[in-house]
Design a protein around this ligand. Sequence first.
Ligand code: G3P
Ligand code: CA
Length: 410
Amino acid sequence: MTEKRPSPTRRALTLTAAATLALSFVSAVPGAQADPLTGFINVGHRGSSGLAPENTIAGLELAAMHQPDVVEVDVQLSADGQPILFHDTTGARTTNVATVFPSRASHPITTFTYAELQQLDAGSWFGPAFAGEKIPLLSDVLDELYPDVGVVIEIKEPASSPGIEQVIADELAADPRWDDLLDDGLLMATSFDASSLQTLRTLHPDIPLGLVGAIPSSNTTLNSIATWADEMVTNYRLMDPADIARVKAAGMRFGVYTVNDPDHMANLLSQGVDTIMTDFPKVLEDVQANVDPLPGANGIEIVCVNADVPGSDLTANFGENLALRNNGSTTVNVSGYYVRDAVINELVVGSGYSIPPGGELRIYTGPGTNASTRYFNNLGTAVLNNNGDSLALYTSTGELIDLYAYRGNW
Ligand code: G3P
Ligand code: CA
């Protein structure tokens, strides 16, 4: 078990005067490490969801070991009103619902009772090591994270979970550990839905709120949001760097999601963002500490992504693809290496492939004729997101060796 980080390095979630004073005090605690990022929050997105299945106990456990400041979870209601950790609208991507409930595989996750949801395997889709993971309840989060790691509760698709704000407020009132986190500045609620957050505020006046979405171009609108929200959380690929100062001038924190590439992390830190949400919180922790975030790197790197090619993304020999390059000094056998995107689509390298120093291997999603510098996965569907994404490269034994982000079509 990884040693817990001492509590003086915790960082508060709010920008209230009290919290700012508290943070000043934290920096002044004798023996506490001076922290130039005072107030910065490292958020593990859906746990440590690059390395363990999102919104599961396994993902929370890993996040607890990686020690971000807080972990973000998505909350919806089961059909019988239980607050479950689940991101998608249906169970198709992250569970075996098609096997357990074949006639209901495309039904909203909110139409399943909690007892039904407990029959699902929410881990095998990510990897066999996670077989049998269950869909947790919001209350389970505390058992994994409290007291060292805080929680961001994202109210996901509240229109599909009527009454979810009251259920969350009831849960927060039911266990005093939530109040402890709140007192320590380690609890926050977020949503794309402003009215849902405002409803929660009426039920729980003390909880900090983060509105997720594009930064409004109008300062009047920003100032209006700032009358009730503590933070704006936005897609880092879509933001204008000038938005950071505008949001802060309105009195809110500026958060970004979902940043997985170390270079982008460092760049955003230097721009002064207050919160970075990432699927790889340990990588962000290392970037913050100026420690090598990818100690297993061996010279093989993702250097190019062609997600949106002319014609079909699955055209034989000419479909969507990415390139691996060997930037090291020795030939590397890359057989069995694999690349995963942020929703864990996977492209692999077949057996018998090596890349010499300076050489490249192009990996295609669709069909084609394999050659020494081209490998075709022959998948039936395109997977590389045209709107930009993050990609993680692993060796055949599962070691993370590169993280790469591309911007896409805007
Ligand atoms: O809260 C920011 C981020 O989590 C929103 O995107 O799709 O991961 O819930 P998503
Ligand atoms: Ca989320």
